[in-house]
Ligand binder design. Structure first.
Ligand SMILES: [Zn+2]
Length: 684
């Protein structure tokens, strides 16, 4: 078929549409003529067609609480009085009458309507308000107004006013003023403002923000036409500046996501979660918008309204976060980062922590995967976000980046727990396997790494090797275990795997042939030695680290990380718990469990910073070299030792040494268990 034939056929198919269109035009033409010639009230009533206009009523967004019911994000309601375009009569005289009654009802209640006309004084003693005219929006409004009414720019204030008296029909046939001076002035200012702000369907005019109940009741009872009360809500933050990375922001739909939201039934001006829990639980918090129908006559007068669909509020979300613990973790982390930097600067020793400026601290439940705290430093305050944005977005320490779930860091020696599990459970070694550390590991002729203690630790067993963090022991153990078994157990422990948390998380990298080949490189036997002590390509998020310790220490059950505890109805009923989910299991027998626990207890007892801490915990340090001169501090722990409930991790960028991560972790444990800084019970 050629193009011409196609076109012809297309045209033929269109014929019935022409007929309908022509009939419709004729109908409306006849109606128009009738109305103009014989447009009496009676006729309008009998001929009038009504049409319906649907207006979306936004649902209330669910609120957010912490695990103990502390309010993190709640709604605060305000009511504003607005003038609805559709409800204001089109006819100039009727319109003036309707607006006069609005002005009078509000005036009786002591409300002066907010207007934008840049004119001072009362007719005829009036002049332009030059102060108001400095505002670009006032200038633009005036420009729009003059254009709309075909009035020359540069018109004098008095000429403008007198022009408007005629234009708005505020003079009678004899040229006398219809209204008293005060009413006339108020009316002109309001009529001017409506046009200057483009009052139109869907663009109501705000008469007054923050109206109180007494006023809204008075307005409703007066029955004046066109005024409606709009309920607005704003998000109120119960703990400003705490847990901002977890809670997140709400705002207008970002341009690049507009199509997705529209497809889900959102309106253009909807408010949605932008990040954190607000975005993660959007579908729960959102609710369902309602629809109110306005039935209008030919003149655009509203003759009836009805609710087509009631708005359903969103559900409330309870996070697993303990907001007080979160605040304590954030405080401990910040204090330690500042202390490391101060002490390094005071000492004058180069590369001893003077560049420490950021980090993360995480706390998870060992037996459920619930996240209790997720601190990232530096951070921000949701209540001043917009004001602070310029500073936040350019700060080199990246306060908007959630290090706890998105940052990836070399684990350093905290990885040795995974190597121990792999070596024991693959039956490569037994816990009492003793290796004689002579300082330099010389198995491979071309790669002979050193223990961190160059003189060597001498003969050590596994518990001692974890305790003193002997590299030599884990070089040998890693080599004997092999990269395949090491990778298998590490993966099962969740290293380099998504934790499942509802926030945007990084996957991290587990060092091994799989990753190396994915980037087009080769894995060498010697790489296994580095991998076994947490070096090589290993890189994990702080949350992965605490989750991995939780999995090892609970005997091998890997729970999905979550920040969702439960949901309930907006009014509080119908609670729905988010049950713990198991992502996988690791074969860890009792002997293996006791060995790694003992090693972590020994680890705590070895360093001066942690051995004075009286509460019984297990710990492991990691010092990860990030450059020739800088190390990150990495620290993991679980508590209490005998019956572990929580696992923690801390990373401090450029924190110099793993043990520098100890103080904020122990401080957070102390807060959680009501202990003093030395781990002794607080006296009430
Ligand atoms: Zn050693």
């Amino acid at each position: 078929m050629n193009g011409l034939q196609q076109k012809k056929k297309f045209n033929i198919r269109l014929i019935p549409l022409y007929v309908i269109y022509a009939a419709a035009c004729t109908f409306f033409f006849v109606k128009l003529v009738n109305l103009q010639i014989t447009g009496t009230d009676r006729y309008v009533k009998t001929m009038s067609l009504t049409h319906e206009r649907e207006v979306v009523v936004q649902s209330l967004r669910g609120e957010i609480y912490d695990r103990n019911g502390a309010p993190l994000v709640t709604n605060e309601y305000t009511e504003s009085l607005q003038l609805d375009y559709a409800s204001v009569p089109r006819d100039t005289t009727e319109k003036n009458e309707a607006l006069t009654s609005v002005i009078s009802v509000l005036a009786k209640n002591g409300v002066e309507i907010e207007t934008v006309m840049p004119v001072k004084g009362t007719y005829p003693h009036i002049e332009y308000d030059n102060e108001a005219l400095k505002s670009t929006s006032v200038q633009n409004g005036m420009y729009r107004f003059l254009l709309y009414h075909n009035i020359k720019t540069g018109v004098s204030c008095l000429d403008l006013y007198e022009e408007l008296l005629k234009e708005f029909k505020l003079l009678d046939e004899d040229g006398e003023h219809i209204y008293d001076t005060a009413t006339e002035d108020a009316l002109i200012r309001l009529l001017y403002s409506l046009d200057a702000t483009n009052f139109a369907p869907g663009n109501p005019y705000p008469l007054m923000a923050d109206a109180d109940l007494k006023l809204t009741t008075a307005v409703l009872e007066s029955g004046c036409k066109g005024v409606f009360i709009k309920k607005n809500y704003t998000r109120v933050y119960g703990y400003p500046g705490v847990g901002s990375n977890i809670i997140g922001r709400v705002g207008k739909i970002p341009e690049n996501k507009m199509q997705d939201y529209l497809a889900k039934g959102y309106s253009y001006d909807a408010v949605v979660g932008l990040d954190g829990a607000e975005a993660a639980f959007e579908d729960i918090l959102r609710g369902e918008d309602g629809i109110t129908v306005y039935v209008e006559d030919d003149y655009g007068n509203v003759i009836e309204t009805y609710v087509k669909k009631e708005a359903v509020p969103g559900k409330n979300v309870y996070l697993t976060i303990d907001i007080d613990l979160q605040a304590a973790a954030e405080k401990e982390l910040e204090a330690q980062i500042k202390a490391i930097r101060r002490s390094a600067l005071d000492s004058g020793v180069e590369n001893s922590g003077e560049k420490a400026d950021s980090g993360a601290l995480t706390v998870v439940s060992v037996s459920t995967g619930q996240v209790l705290a997720l601190a990232s430093y530096p951070t921000y305050d949701l209540t001043t976000f917009s004001k602070d944005y310029a500073e936040l977005s350019t700060n080199p320490a990246k306060p908007l980046f959630d290090r706890a779930v998105s940052g990836t860091y070399q684990p350093g020696s905290t990885f040795k727990i995974a190597t121990a599990v792999a070596a024991l459970m693959s039956r490569t070694i037994t816990p009492d396997k003793t290796i004689n550390d002579t300082g330099q590991y010389k198995f491979y002729p071309d790669y002979q790494p050193w223990c961190w203690l160059k003189s060597g630790h001498g003969p050590v067993d596994l518990v001692e090797a974890i305790g003193v963090s002997c590299n030599y022991y884990f070089y040998e153990t890693g080599r004997l275990t092999g990269i395949d078994a090491l990778n298998k157990y590490s993966k099962q422990l969740g290293l380099g795997e998504y934790t499942g948390i509802e926030l945007p998380e990084s996957k991290g990298v587990l060092a091994g042939p799989e990753y190396r080949e994915s980037v087009g490189k080769r894995w060498y036997s010697g790489d296994t030695l580095a991998a076994a002590i947490g070096q090589s390509d290993n890189s994990f998020t702080p949350l992965q680290l605490s989750s991995y310790i939780a999995t090892a220490i609970n005997g091998g059950t890997r729970y999905k990380s979550t920040i969702l505890l439960k949901t309930c109805n907006y009014s509080g009923g119908e609670e729905e718990n988010n049950a713990p989910q198991v992502l996988g299991t690791v074969d860890i027998d009792e002997e293996c469990l006791q060995t790694i626990k003992s090693g972590m207890k020994r680890s705590k007892e070895i360093t001066s910073t942690t051995k004075g801490y009286k509460f019984s915990v297990g710990t492991k340090t990691g010092t990860a070299q990030t450059s020739q001169t800088n190390n990150n501090a990495v620290f993991v722990a679980f508590a209490p030792y005998d019956n572990p409930e929580i696992a923690l991790s801390c990373v401090i960028e450029n924190g110099a040494s793993g043990i520098n991560g100890a103080a904020p972790v122990l401080g957070t444990i102390s807060y959680y268990y009501h202990l003093d800084k030395n781990g002794n019970p607080l006296k009430d």
